[in-house]
Design a binder for this molecule. Structure first.
Ligand SMILES: NC(=O)c1ccc[n+]([C@@H]2O[C@H](COP(=O)([O-])OP(=O)(O)OC[C@H]3O[C@@H](n4cnc5c(N)ncnc54)[C@H](OP(=O)(O)O)[C@@H]3O)[C@@H](O)[C@H]2O)c1
Length: 347
């Protein structure tokens, strides 16, 4: 028996995403085999494919060939020896970082995320990456309170739209940066939209919030946005950058700014956020937050925007769409049996 994955054998545009066939094998000890139902298509998939991720070209970079795909949801269809965390038929998720564009995933059983079986996998898969980033940035890093004020930079993207939904739920007064043609989505969640191409966001917000903002959520991690965002914070306010810096020079400058802000007496704070803490540190806060997010989805309190779905093997087309800049929200790859539930549209 065989299954198919989407592989990158050389860095480049979406055309380097090629279908490859592999032999189906039993899972190894401590491993489960997952029949993938839904896989997220996200911005880090693009940077790693293009060889533009921060660590590309260093010993820590992703080795070629590889299967992209940061997050999946599926059903366990076989378990290896010694697996106690899951049984055949169970619905699970995985924060794969790479490996998600595949019909079948082999994955360590101690890194499984429990997913309620009744949830639509297409709607639930954005929670594995985009929503966990938004939730933790908002509630663990910035610790927002109802009535607080916040700016979202990169508000129309996968994480930005998650921040908008969670911010509305948390009772925040929000300002949000996006291209003009995506402003309807921002206002739908109660945010005041700002067109970063034509408006000076610092001046715009300063006029309306003379006492400053409680939080800035920054998906760009560029120095101009960081400096502008910091200038808008009130005493006690926090800026959290979660975007991938465009190279080591930017990272160095960002880290320098972080040190200056946090160690000088200015009553403001600046932190960086990364899901790498899931792999390096305590997993429990992540598992708690995924459970909270699945509960919010079950209750209908969050509704991820699914801009488009594609069959798993059409991942190249999905990546063309993501790179076109036309997407508001999330793109999801789906198993053939779920294709009829395809939803959404692009701006
Ligand atoms: N820290 C982590 O663990 C983690 C995890 C996942 C992703 N990330 C990173 O987080 C960032 C955002 O990810 P995402 O999935 O939300 O990306 P996305 O879905 O591609 O959205 C990015 C948004 O940025 C906006 N944008 C582009 N250029 C801009 C500019 N100059 N100023 C303001 N906005 C601009 C675009 O909006 P318009 O179309 O409105 O211009 C786009 O909607 C990426 O750098 C990604 O690599 C980090």
């Amino acid at each position: 028996m065989k299954y198919k994955s989407i592989q990158v054998s050389r860095h480049g545009g979406p055309e380097v995403l090629q279908v490859v066939e592999k032999d189906l094998r039993p899972p190894a000890a401590g491993e489960v085999r997952i029949k993938v139902l839904a896989a997220a298509v996200s911005r880090p998939d693009v940077t790693v494919r293009r060889g533009e991720a921060l660590y590309s070209g260093t010993p820590l970079g992703q080795k070629l060939p590889f299967v992209p795909g940061y997050a999946v949801i599926g059903n366990v269809d076989a378990v290896g020896d010694g697996v106690r965390e899951a049984v055949v038929g169970e619905r699970v998720g995985a924060l794969t970082v790479t490996g998600g564009y595949t019909e079948v995933l082999y994955w360590r059983s101690d890194r499984l995320i429990p997913v309620p079986a009744e949830l639509d996998p297409v709607k639930a898969v954005p929670l594995i990456l985009n929503y966990i980033v938004a939730y933790q940035v908002m509630h663990r890093s910035a610790k927002v309170k109802p009535g607080g004020t916040a700016l979202i930079i990169g508000a129309s993207g996968g994480i930005g739209t998650a921040l908008l939904q969670l911010g509305q739920l948390a009772g925040l007064k929000m300002y949000a940066l996006a291209s003009k043609d995506k402003h309807d989505t921002l206002t739908q969640y109660g945010a005041t939209p700002i067109d970063y191409r034509t408006q000076d966001f610092v001046e715009f917000i300063h006029q309306r919030e003379p006492y400053g903002l409680d939080a800035v959520f920054d998906g760009m991690t560029g120095l101009n946005y960081i400096r502008g965002g910091l200038s808008l914070l009130k005493h006690g306010g926090r800026l959290v950058s979660y975007g991938e810096p465009a190279g080591f020079l930017v990272l160095f400058r960002v880290l320098w700014t972080l040190m200056m802000v946090n160690f000088l007496p200015n009553e403001k704070s600046f932190s960086l956020y990364g899901t790498s803490f899931y792999f390096l540190g305590d997993k429990q806060p992540f598992l708690d937050d995924w459970a909270a997010l699945f509960h919010l989805l079950e209750e209908g309190k969050i509704k991820p925007i699914i801009a488009r779905t594609f069959p798993i093997l059409d991942a190249a087309q999905a990546n063309v769409l993501l790179e076109s800049g036309q997407v508001t929200g999330n793109i999801v790859l789906v198993a053939p049996e779920l294709l009829s539930s395809a939803t959404g549209s692009c701006s």
